[in-house]
Write a new protein. Structure first.
Length: 83
């Protein structure tokens, strides 16, 4: 899981992340170590905290350019151009 590396890359301590998410340090430690699975709600909060997707952090999905919705849906650009 990328959470520990992500947190370290942002130069955050476990305490800082825990306080930011209003959870215990123990929860951060257990999620980072894979002892505990984060709830869906917590996954969303962590993703928002880092400005990334849940899939990227927890499911090894690649980062996509969310600013360009046509990248996800081929053909949309062509439909919009014909309007």
């Amino acid at each position: 899981m990328k959470l520990k590396k992500l947190r370290q890359d942002h130069q955050e301590t476990q305490l800082e992340l825990a306080e930011s998410l209003n959870i215990s340090v123990s929860t951060v430690q257990k999620v980072e170590q894979g002892i505990r699975t984060a709830s869906d709600t917590l996954k969303i909060r962590i993703a928002k905290h880092y400005g990334l997707t849940v899939g990227y952090i927890f499911f090894e999905e690649p980062i996509t350019n969310s600013d360009n919705p046509t990248r996800e849906r081929p053909g949309l650009k062509d439909k919009e151009a014909s309007k």
